[in-house]
Structures are given as C-alpha cells and as structure tokens.
Design a protein around this ligand. Structure first.
Ligand SMILES: Nc1ncnc2c1ncn2[C@@H]1O[C@H](COP(=O)(O)OP(=O)(O)O)[C@@H](O)[C@H]1O
Ligand SMILES: [Mg+2]
Length: 234
C-alpha cells in the first residue's frame, strides 16, 4: 500500500503555548489509526494540527508525497482531509440535506444517495433543521458531511461521545463498515479505547502532547494491562 499521510516532528499549540511536541505518524492509503490518551493530552490538538488549525512551531506534513505543511485549512480539505469535529458544529438554520449538499465534491465517489444508504435515518430527517436533531443524529450528520467531501483521510474526534449505548452500537457498526472498506484512511480519537482499537489496525497513545506508545491495535487489545497503564484515569 502506498503511503497516504506522513507527519514528522509536529510541535504545535495555541498562541505561544505548546501542546504537541515532536509528534510523528504515517498512515497508508486505506489504513486506520486509533489515537488514544487521557483527557487533555492533545488528541484534538493533533487533529486540528493536521487540518492546519493550530499554530505549528516545527515539523512537516505530507499528503501522498506532497508537502501540505503551509496549506490553509480549506485547501487541506480540498486536498482530501475530512474532519468530524468533537463539537459537531450544526447550523441551526440549515436542513439536514442542505448541510450535506453544500460540501459535496461534484464527481466524487460520495453523494447524497450513497450517504443516505449508509445513514437511512438522515434521509428520514432530510428536511429537519440542524437544531431539531438528536445527539446521535447530529453525529451521523457530522460524519455524513465529511463523507460528502469524498475524503482521502477521515478524522473522527470522539464520535461516540455522549451518545446512548444503542446509538453507539449503530454507529460502531457503520463506522466499522466504512473503515474496513478501506476506500479512505481514518484516524479515530476515542475515550472508549477498546472501541477504537476494534475499528482500527494501528494505535498510538499520547501523553502530555507526546507519543508514548505505538502498537498494532490487535496487540494492544490483547494486553489490557498495558492499555490500562497508558490510558486509565489516574
Ligand atoms: N483553543 C485553545 N487554546 C489554548 N489551549 C488549548 C486550546 N484547546 C486546547 N487547549 C489545551 O491543550 C491541551 C490539549 O487539549 P486537547 O487537544 O483538547 O486534548 P484532548 O483532545 O486529548 O482531550 C489542554 O491542556 C487544553 O487545555
Ligand atoms: Mg479532545
């Protein structure tokens, strides 16, 4: 498999404060990475840094061999980075369908029909406004919106956060199918580490902005003692 994305020595933060230090990662086309770590260690900041939304102090980023270190966020999105933010960001005055069509990449492999096939609930809700959706539906819409851009790399920031167990089950199934299809690469940030490990092939653990562990997801799943040491809340 060809390499899709490579980050080398990312040191980044907000203003003068440095949150991430010397973080590197590489993901092949169609590959998947679980990004784990306790609250506040810098997982969201790493995704924001990949999107070009933090202050980068050092390091470089390449997508399919092209240097994108200096590209602004919107050009990274065009280049194939799809971001599902932790806060979901719904527009209260847009319908479900409008959320989806405004970001569609014409001619890309994803369109309304295909997204509705993955999330039939969104089709039922297509005329509802963003603020009329349940938490689970908003999360589906946030993922669907990223899919509509036909991404090469999908960044999922705690997609299961705050959702009822039955919705989590449904989302895990759908995300699992998308990830396993290998049509694009995925980074999954998740507090439920075992969920994320079950969805991915590689894993990386952050602590205080640094990478403290890398392993195959399967290997970490089989080693609960190490997993607990790395991510359990002290
Ligand atoms: N916009 C911001 N401005 C300043 N500091 C921030 C901002 N967002 C997050 N931080 C700080 O960066 C650190 C990492 O946060 P974050 O990346 O959100 O962690 P995680 O996603 O792993 O919970 C925290 O100490 C947090 O307080
Ligand atoms: Mg976060």
């Amino acid at each position: 498999m060809a390499e899709l994305i490579r980050a080398e020595g990312l040191t980044a933060g907000y203003g003068d404060s440095i949150v991430l230090e010397d973080v590197s990662l590489a993901i092949d086309e169609g590959g998947s990475l679980a990004l784990l770590g306790r609250n506040g260690v810098g997982k969201t900041t790493l995704l924001l840094t990949l999107m070009g939304l933090t202050r980068l102090q050092q390091g470089r980023l390449a997508l399919q061999g092209n240097d994108i270190t200096r590209l602004p966020a919107w050009r990274r999105a065009h280049a194939g980075l799809g971001w599902v933010p932790q806060e979901r960001f719904m527009f209260p005055s847009l319908t479900v369908e409008e959320h989806l069509t405004v970001v569609e990449r014409p001619g890309g492999p994803w369109n309304l029909q295909r997204v509705y096939k993955v999330f039939p609930r969104l089709e039922e809700r297509r005329r509802n406004l963003g603020n009329q959706l349940s938490g689970g539906e908003q999360q589906m819409l946030a993922i669907a919106r990223a899919l509509m851009t036909s991404p090469k790399l999908l960044l999922l920031d705690e997609p299961m956060e705050g959702l009822a167990p039955i919705i989590v089950q449904e989302l895990v199934k759908v995300i699992g199918e998308i990830v396993r299809a290998g049509e694009f690469a995925v980074i999954v940030v998740e507090q439920h580490a075992r969920l994320a490990l079950g969805l991915t092939t590689q894993a990386m653990v952050l602590d205080r902005g640094r990478v403290v562990h890398r392993a195959a997801s399967e290997e970490l799943l089989r080693d609960p003692a190490t997993l607990d040491r790395l991510i359990a809340v002290a």
